[in-house]
Design a protein around this ligand. Structure first.
Ligand code: PAF
Length: 281
């Protein structure tokens, strides 16, 4: 696996592969890699000849300086995992290269409508930071296909919309959430949980499944269903940020819908956990 830190070296490597007619897959990450990230690499292997992974802890998407400062940085371990997963290139840009005119001076990409709801409502500016860095990374890597985890459902929807709206020539592939044995969605933020908290956090997946079964069974009283999940989550000692049942395109659910996504964000100790479940065909 090549490890490159400069934009010039990245462009050299990728353009050589492209000239040779090779198809390029890209998985952007912020490091602290877990089985969920490695499933992106595995899926990429089936879709392309070359796999590029980036690690960049993007300051533009953190709404709180403390959160940015304590975000886990585990480069050596990440690199070993990517080598074992047979990624072809690890791109490690620094902030100066990504934002040469500083954070404030950076041109932003903003995806309206999808950005201010759900996670965007409690994390102002977060998705503008995500869309901006992902757009820049797409321009740098110029992949044929890019992979994102479905755990970050709203992020994936925003990236799909950005790619459509800006006519970016890249195919976006969502990869199913990888879970711990108790159902907890894999996340870099799980590292903030104690063993006891990790066990309690399984309530999120349990509540999603329960609500999914109720929707399947024909229950359409969304506010009652949300109330039921909320009680279950609160009783387990978590503090819900939002719990919502929406249409898969993220508009509010209507009574005659037959497809939904149930989305949860909840605090447990120092960790803000998110998860979701799609229901219906
Ligand atoms: O999902 C993430 O890890 C980040 O939001 C991403 C897509 C790498 C952009 O910084």
């Amino acid at each position: 696996m090549k490890r490159v830190e400069s934009i010039t070296a990245l462009r050299d490597a990728v353009s050589g592969w492209r000239r040779a007619g090779e198809r390029i897959a890209f998985a952007p990450t912020m490091g602290n890699l877990h089985a969920g990230h490695l499933s992106l690499v595995e899926r990429a292997r089936a879709l392309a000849d070359r796999i590029v992974v980036s690690i960049f802890v993007n300051p533009l998407q953190f709404d709180c300086a403390d959160d940015l400062a304590r975000y886990p940085r585990t480069l050596e371990r990440d690199e070993a995992k990517l080598r074992a997963a047979a990624a072809d290139l690890l791109f490690l840009p620094n902030e100066q290269q990504m934002y040469p005119f500083g954070r404030e001076g950076q041109t932003r990409v903003r995806v309206p409508e999808l950005t201010d709801i759900l996670c965007g409502a409690s994390r102002p500016g977060h998705f503008d930071g995500v869309a901006t860095v992902v757009c820049k990374l797409f321009n740098l890597v110029q992949p044929d296909v890019a992979l994102f985890g479905e755990k970050d459902y709203q992020q994936l929807a925003i990236i799909r919309r950005m790619v459509t709206d800006l006519n970016l020539p890249v195919e976006i592939v969502g990869v199913p959430t990888v879970r711990e044995a108790n159902g907890l969605a894999m996340s870099s933020r799980n590292g903030y949980l104690s063993d006891k908290e990790r066990a309690r956090a399984a309530v999120i997946h349990g509540a999603l499944r329960q609500c999914g079964e109720a929707l399947h069974a024909g229950d359409r009283d969304y506010s009652v269903l949300v109330g039921r999940i909320t009680r279950r989550i609160v009783d387990a000692g978590l503090k819900p940020d939002y719990i919502e049942i929406r249409h898969p395109d993220l508009r509010p659910a209507r009574p005659d819908d037959d497809r939904w996504v149930i989305l949860i964000a909840a605090w447990l100790g120092k960790a803000r956990l998110i998860d979701n479940m799609q229901v219906g065909d």
